[in-house]
Structures are given as structure tokens and as C-alpha cells.
Design a protein around this ligand. Sequence first.
Ligand SMILES: C[S@@+](CC[C@H](N)C(=O)[O-])C[C@H]1O[C@@H](n2cnc3c(N)ncnc32)[C@H](O)[C@@H]1O
Length: 280
Amino acid sequence: MDVNEETRRYWNEEGGQAWVRHAARFDAQLVPFAEMVLAAAAPQPGERVLDIGCGNGALTREMARAVQPGGDVTGIDVSEPMVALARSQIDPAAPASFVSADAQTADLTGEGPFDLLVSRFGVMFFDDPVAAFANLRGSLGPEGRLAFVCWQDFLHNPWMLEPMAAALQHVPPPPLLEPGTPGPWAFGDPDRVRTILDRAGFHNVELRAVEREVTLGGWGDAEEVLEFLAATSLGRLVLLQDDAELQARVHDEVRQALQRFETPDGVRLGSAVWVVTAVS
Ligand SMILES: C[S@@+](CC[C@H](N)C(=O)[O-])C[C@H]1O[C@@H](n2cnc3c(N)ncnc32)[C@H](O)[C@@H]1O
């Protein structure tokens, strides 16, 4: 199998298409996490930044503002449709460009050296995370920094756990994944993250646990959020059923679960992330 073959397929097909279609909702939901990366990375004017798994480019745009004057940002992502959207959304005057490539294997020597590697939820999908982070570290200059945010364990993330638990009253659970399987929950174990970064050659690795409420889907009531969730990878596993009657029962259960978290500002549930920093 090719390196990251399934990841590349997913993010170029259903995953990437959902993220492009719901780009505004994903971005609104994830605003607090861009702020966390910015605070941890502390980008300075004149610095050169690589945004790993930049997707639709929201963090790239923030970084491009932060490094002016004199700096620049490169966003790298394996998803063609997301990179295309990122390119179309960037201010042409912004010091930012995008590379459509696999961050695990891409030759980044022509792009770097960077002062700073950042990511918002774009580093948990590598088949071989040690090789990926070693490759990325190779693009850093002296005293380069790394700052990213990733999800803690699934069980600490009510924004996904609550709707999933509601659905599982009617459908069997999706197959259990081996801990560390590439995907949103691959970096839940802090010791594993430390080990990966140590082996990739990083120093001063620190993980800070942060809990934060998120507005699921960015805005809207339980019905709108249900529709949004059906487009996400985990949502699709349980919310889309061949049997229409079963699907209706699952949707009723999940809608009721989400209604418990409705506020005037949208459907708000807890989340837990690691804010990870290291130096080269
Ligand atoms: C959860 S999305 C986050 C997107 C973006 N960072 C954001 O916060 O909006 C994960 C992103 O990582 C990208 N990705 C996954 N594996 C990758 C790889 N090996 N190389 C580059 N990008 C990758 C996906 O295509 C996707 O855009």
C-alpha cells in the first residue's frame, strides 16, 4: 500500500468534499483552536511558517497576518479540493502560498527553512508519524519551533461522545480502532505524542491539556447541527443508515441529545485538546 493511501483518498473524496461544502461551519466551530495555536506559536513579524494539513486555510490566513511585515506562510495539504478552496480564499496580497502534497513524504527543502511549524488538527493522519515529523523537522531552521493542537481521547470529547452515545442506542458501535490508528483520535494518548516527537528528533516537548466548549457546526439549532454531523467522518458511520426507518429513529435520538445543549449561541458541548509545543 502507498504511504497514507487511505488518508489521501478520504481527504480527496468524501472527507475533503464535506469540509469544502461546510467550510464556513468547520471554520466557525474551530475558531477557538486557531487562537490556541496562535498563542502557543507566538509568530513574529518576519518569520517563515509552515501550516501542516492546512485544509481550507483558516490558520494559514491568521498566520499570514501575524508574520507581516516580512514573513510568509506555506500551507501544505494532501487534499486537492481543500487546497483549491484555500487558494481561492486567500487575499492575493497576503504572504501565503499553498502546496498540494503529503507532509509525511514531501521534499520541503525548496520551501524552507521555516522558523515555525504549526497545525490545527492536521497532524493525526500519518501512517508513520515519526517519519512524518522527522521530515517536517528537516524543514526547520536553527531554533525552529513546533506548535499544534490535536484532540485528546474520544472519551474526553463530549461534542462527539454525546451524539455518538445517542445513536448507539439504535445501531451497533463502529468497529473499535487500534489505539493510534491514523484519524482524529490518533494523538489522544499524551505519552504516545511525546514518544513520536522525541523519536522524530524534537526537544522540549510539552503537552498542555485544555478544555473548551465548542459550538457544534458553528451555529444553528439541533436540526441544523444534525445535518452537519452527518457529513463528518464519525457522523457518517452512525447517522447514515440503509434502512430509512432505522435512520429516522437514530436521527430522532441524536436530535434530542443535541437539544439538551442548545443555547442562544448554538449547540454547545465540551471538548478537550492537547496544545503541543516543541523545538527542533
Ligand atoms: C481535520 S482537517 C483540519 C484542516 C485545517 N487544519 C483546519 O483546521 O481547518 C485535517 C487536514 O489534514 C490534512 N492531511 C491529512 N493527512 C495529511 C498528510 N499526510 N499531508 C498533508 N495533509 C494531510 C487533510 O487533508 C485535512 O485537510
